[in-house]
Write a protein that binds this ligand. Structure first.
Ligand code: ARG
Length: 488
C-alpha cells in the first residue's frame, strides 16, 4: 500500500495488480455513490471494533484514541458536506478508512486488524436497517392512530360491505377502517420480528473463516446494542453464514411488501370511494391534482401512486431473493446489489406511511390542537348506497330461522322476496307486511326493524362483528395498545 493512504483503487490492492482499472469498470464496480448512506453505521461499527481491539490489547490505547479522534473529524466532515467521496476508493468503507489513515496515520491502518469488508458491510447494513425499522415502526403506529381517530368519529356511519364488489351486508364505516388497522398492526408485529434477526453481529467473521486475533465478538455486539430482550449479545454463530447471509434483508423486503400491499388495497378503496359513482369520501385537495384539459377533474394521484409504488417494492423483494439464489458460500460481490433495492424500499415505505397518516387523519393545527384536513366522510351517500343492493336480505333469512325455518329454506324464501322487490324496483323494507307474509306467514311487524340498516348492524353483535358496541370496544383496545406502543 502506498504512503499513508489508499490513494486509488489499484493502489488499494497493492503490488499484485499490473494494470489499472478502466473508468467503465471502476464505475461498474463502485458503490460509494449509493452506499455512502451507510456512513454512520460504518463509523459506529469501526468505533466498536476499535474499542474491542484496544480492550483485547490488539491495538494500543493511543491508537484507539487516534481512531476516535479521526472518526470524530470525519463525522464532522460528512455532516457538513465537506467530505471528499471518491469513486476511486470504491465504497463507503474504503473512503472512510482512507481518510482516517490520512488524518491519524498508522493507527488508521491498524483499524482493519481482524476485520474484512465482508463482515464490515454485513454489519453496516444490519445497523442501518435496524434504525430504519425503528422509524418505520413508529410510522406504522401513527398511521394506525390516524385510522382509529377517523373510525372513532364514524362508528354509526353505515356503508355497504361488499363481496365480489357486489353489495353484501351493511357495515359500520369505522369497522371497515379498523380492518386496515388490523393489517397494519400485523405489519408492525412482523417488523418487530424481523428486527430480532437483523440485530445480530457478523463482525468478527472477518473474510469468511474467522480470524487469528483474539477478538471479543460479544463485546462488540453489546457495544452496538446487538442484544436480545434479556440484554445478552446476539452474534452470528457461523463465520461463513455471517458474511453471506442476506435473509434479513429479504425478510424485511417481504414485510415491507406486505405493508405496501395493505396500503395499495386501501388506496384502491379510496380511489373508488372518491369516484363520482360512489361519492363516499373526499380527500383533501393537496393530495389530488387537476387535469390539464378537463377543468372539472380532481384526481386521487397520491393513492394511485401508492398503488403503483407497491409494484416497485414487491419488485425489490423479487430482486433481492433472486440475487441470493445462485450464490455459493461465502461472500460474493453480487451482494453489493442488495443496497439500492433496500434503500429504495425504505424510502418508499417511509414516505408512503407518512403521507397516508396525514391524508387519512389530517394535520395538527397548532392553534386549536385539533387535526384538520383528513378525509371527509359522506354518510348520506354511504347509506344511500347501502339501501340499494338488498343488503339486509341475510337479516330476513336469519329472522325466518328464528321463526323455526331451516337456514337453507329461509334462504330460498328470501330469494323469492328479493326477486319480487327487484321487479317492483323497491327495497325489501318497502314491501308491505301482507306482501311479505305471502312468502312466509310467520313474518310479523317486527320484521321492519330487522330489515333496517341499523337493525342489521346492531344484530351483528359478536366479537369482531360490525355492531357499534363491538366496534367501540375494538377502538378502545386499539387506543390503549397504540398508546403503549408509542411510549415504549
Ligand atoms: N461494497 C461491498 C459490498 O457492498 C463491500 C464488501 C466488498 N468485499 C469484497 N471482498 N470485495 O458488498
Amino acid at each position: 500500500m502506498s504512503k499513508n493512504q489508499l490513494d486509488t483503487k489499484s493502489q488499494a490492492w497493492s503490488a499484485l495488480f499490473t494494470e489499472p482499472m478502466s473508468d467503465l469498470v471502476k464505475r461498474y464496480t463502485a458503490s460509494v455513490f449509493f452506499d455512502k448512506r451507510l456512513w454512520q453505521a460504518d463509523i459506529a461499527g469501526s468505533l466498536a471494533h476499535a474499542q474491542m481491539l484496544a480492550t483485547q490489547a490488539i491495538i494500543s490505547k493511543d491508537d484507539h484514541a487516534a481512531i476516535e479522534r479521526g472518526m470524530a473529524q470525519i463525522t464532522g466532515e460528512i455532516e457538513s458536506g465537506s467530505f471528499n467521496w471518491q469513486l476511486d476508493l470504491e465504497d463507503v468503507h474504503l473512503n472512510i478508512e482512507a481518510r482516517l489513515t490520512q488524518l491519524v496515520g498508522d493507527a488508521g491502518k491498524r483499524l482493519h486488524t481482524g476485520r474484512s469488508r465482508n463482515d464490515q458491510v454485513a454489519t453496516d447494513v444490519r445497523l442501518w436497517l435496524r434504525s430504519e425499522i425503528d422509524l418505520i415502526s413508529v410510522l406504522l403506529v401513527e398511521l394506525q392512530q390516524a385510522l382509529v381517530e377517523v373510525a372513532a368519529k364514524n362508528v354509526e356511519v353505515i356503508l355497504p360491505g361488499f363481496t365480489h364488489l357486489q353489495v353484501a351486508q351493511p357495515v359500520s364505516f369505522a369497522h371497515h377502517l379498523l380492518a386496515y388497522v388490523e393489517m397494519f398492526a400485523r405489519d408492525a408485529e412482523r417488523m418487530a420480528d424481523v428486527r430480532r434477526r437483523v440485530n445480530r453481529l457478523p463482525l468478527g467473521a472477518a473474510a469468511l473463516a474467522g480470524t487469528s486475533y483474539p477478538l471479543d465478538r460479544e463485546l462488540v455486539a453489546s457495544l452496538l446494542g446487538m442484544v436480545d430482550a434479556q440484554g445478552l449479545p446476539c452474534v452470528c454463530q457461523n463465520s461463513l453464514d455471517a458474511v453471506s447471509d442476506r435473509d434479513f434483508a429479504i425478510e424485511f423486503s417481504a414485510a415491507a411488501s406486505l405493508v405496501m400491499v395493505h396500503i395499495s388495497r386501501l388506496s384502491e378503496e379510496l380511489i373508488l370511494w372518491m369516484s363520482q359513482n360512489f361519492g363516499f369520501i373526499q380527500i383533501a385537495d393537496r393530495f389530488t391534482t387537476g387535469s390539464s384539459i378537463m377543468p372539472q377533474k380532481k384526481n386521487p394521484d397520491v393513492p394511485e401512486l401508492a398503488r403503483g409504488k407497491t409494484g416497485r417494492v414487491v419488485g425489490h423483494l423479487v430482486g433481492l431473493i433472486t440475487l441470493m439464489k445462485g450464490q455459493p458460500l461465502a461472500y460474493n460481490k453480487d451482494n453489493q446489489e442488495d443496497k439500492e433495492p433496500l434503500f429504495d424500499t425504505v424510502d418508499t415505505l417511509k414516505d408512503t406511511l407518512r403521507i397516508f397518516a396525514e391524508m387519512v387523519g389530517g394535520q395538527m393545527n397548532p392553534v386549536t390542537g385539533l387535526k384538520e384536513g383528513g378525509i371527509t366522510v359522506k354518510p348520506q351517500a354511504m347509506e344511500l348506497a347501502a339501501r340499494k343492493g338488498y343488503a339486509t336480505a341475510t337479516d330476513l333469512a336469519d329472522y325466518l330461522v328464528k321463526k323455526g325455518l331451516a337456514f337453507r329454506d329461509a334462504h330460498e324464501v328470501v330469494a323469492h322476496a328479493v326477486k319480487t322487490a327487484i321487479t317492483q324496483g323497491i327495497d325489501l323494507s318497502e314491501l308491505p307486511l301482507a306482501e311479505l307474509q305471502k312468502f312466509n306467514p310467520g313474518i310479523e311487524n317486527d320484521v321492519f326493524e330487522v330489515l333496517s340498516l341499523r337493525g342489521s348492524l346492531n344484530a351483528r353483535n359478536t366479537l369482531g362483528g360490525t355492531a357499534p358496541v363491538q366496534v367501540r370496544r375494538q377502538i378502545e383496545r386499539h387506543v390503549a395498545r397504540l398508546n403503549t406502543a408509542l411510549s415504549l
